[in-house]
Ligand binder design. Structure first.
Ligand SMILES: Cc1cc2nc3c(=O)[nH]c(=O)nc-3n(C[C@H](O)[C@H](O)[C@H](O)COP(=O)(O)OP(=O)(O)OC[C@H]3O[C@@H](n4cnc5c(N)ncnc54)[C@H](O)[C@@H]3O)c2cc1C
Length: 391
């Protein structure tokens, strides 16, 4: 593992840092509608300055950044406290999938508005009875002339009510084995027959949604790849989701940890700063050790990818460790606040504006999204440790 940067990479960092100093993102609004407007403005600014979709090839409007440059980009964005990009699903999954499997006409039509946040994308994969076992999905699409007619329901669709396009997995051949007969469609979220209902999460946020499709017509021209060949494309999509996340995840948890330590220095318990309590100190030290461990694990898998190994099943170890570590870290934050941790965002006396209880509640989803902990443990057992398959 070589942790030094080449002169070009240093140059990339200097340029980006200078741009961020001239263009600070500013504080994130609390209200989701306002946050979406803010997120679109921020992504648009990045796009205009050539800092959006940096991993995409230049011919499609990206910057053709190397993996190390992508890591530098994430580090600098975390340092500048920049928000997650509003079109994250489109940028990390939709764009790369279109570039790999889309027709020229589809690339011309969709890539630029996606990059510029003129059109927001969402991911319509999960259903009430198809999450971990995604291939069990039941949403049907039947060809009628030049259109597919879609009927069914998706759930947990992040940002669906702000989305213009949905990466939609549908069953087009109900008689085929379950991994076949699935097609990847790009559905217009403004089509007649699409109903989006927000779901309120335990954290109070409402970025999840249920999406109902009732006789929704999707042109055949919006098939990505081939009809009944959607499973392979879905897998590529999820690989993109997993491959690019490890680095930003560990930076995100590290930022919350630094914030927590700052808070613990100033927060008084029994007339002393919370950080002077030996039990709190021990938990904070453990969190710092785990944070360093995930950082170096992320670097190790980066090195493997740079040497041509590609992200393998070890990614499951990282995802598992990171998500559970992040939850432990936020439990420590709540222990530091003590009984005050019960005061949520919006409460006048909530310490740190209720940020830690909010992050704690939000972090519950981290052991579910992008493959639950149980599913990751199965992968580690079978594909890393070579244990026999469970029944
Ligand atoms: C923050 C967040 C954002 C999300 N955004 C989106 C989105 O934008 N679009 C989208 O399509 N989906 C999204 N999802 C949904 C996510 O993909 C699913 O929640 C996930 O795949 C798990 O599926 P499920 O909720 O149906 O749970 P299930 O698969 O029903 O699992 C229920 C429980 O059973 C366990 N389990 C399941 N199978 C096994 C097994 N084989 N062995 C052992 N245990 C098992 C699970 O670990 C879990 O504890 C999001 C989820 C979260 C938390």
């Amino acid at each position: 593992m070589d942790l030094s940067y080449s002169p070009q990479e240093e140059q990339f960092r200097t340029e980006l840092r200078a741009w961020l100093q001239r263009n600070p993102p500013g504080p994130e609004p609390e209200d989701l509608d306002e946050w979406v407007r803010y997120g679109k403005r921020w992504q648009r600014r990045l796009y205009e300055a050539g800092w959006c979709g940096i991993a995409w090839p230049k011919e499609y409007g990206g910057r053709g950044a190397t993996l190390i440059e992508q890591v530098i980009f994430q580090e600098e964005m975390a340092q500048a406290r920049a928000p997650l990009l509003i079109n994250l699903a489109g940028l990390t999954m939709g764009g790369p999938v279109l570039i790999a499997h889309g027709t020229d006409a589809q690339k011309r039509r969709y890539l630029k508005p996606l990059l510029a946040a003129e059109e927001i994308w969402c991911q319509g994969f999960s259903e009430p009875n198809a999450g971990s076992d995604l291939a069990a999905l039941k949403t049907r699409a039947v060809l009628d002339g030049d259109d597919f007619v879609v009927n069914g329901q998706k759930v947990w669709t992040s940002f669906a009510r702000y989305a213009d396009w949905c990466m939609l997995l549908v069953r087009t051949d109900p008689d085929a084995p379950k991994h076949r007969g699935i097609t990847f469609l790009l559905a217009d979220m403004h089509s007649p027959g699409v109903t989006v209902r927000p779901l309120k999460q335990i954290s109070g946020a409402e970025d999840f949604n249920e999406v109902f499709f009732e006789d929704v017509r999707v042109p055949r021209a919006n098939v990505i790849g081939r009809i009944d060949g959607g499973w392979e494309i879905a897998i590529t999509t999820l690989m993109h989701e997993r491959a690019t996340l490890t680095f930003s995840r560990q930076l995100q948890s590290r930022a919350a940890l630094d914030e927590m330590i700052r808070f613990a220095r100033g927060w008084q318990r029994d007339g002393r700063p919370a950080l002077s309590d030996p039990l709190i100190r021990q938990q904070v030290a453990q969190a710092l050790i785990e944070s360093a461990a995930i950082r170096y694990t992320a670097y190790r898998s980066l090195t493997k990818t740079l040497r041509g190994g590609g992200p393998g099943p070890e990614g499951s170890i990282e995802k598992l460790f990171w998500s559970e570590m992040y939850q432990r870290q936020l439990e420590t934050a709540l222990a530091i606040e003590g009984p005050y941790a019960q005061l949520l965002k919006g409460s006048a006396r909530a310490p740190a504006d209720g940020e830690f209880p909010y992050l704690y509640l939000y972090s519950r989803g981290r052991t579910i999204a992008a493959g639950s902990s149980e599913v990751q443990r199965n992968i580690v057992a079978e594909r890393v440790l070579g244990l026999p398959r469970g029944k």
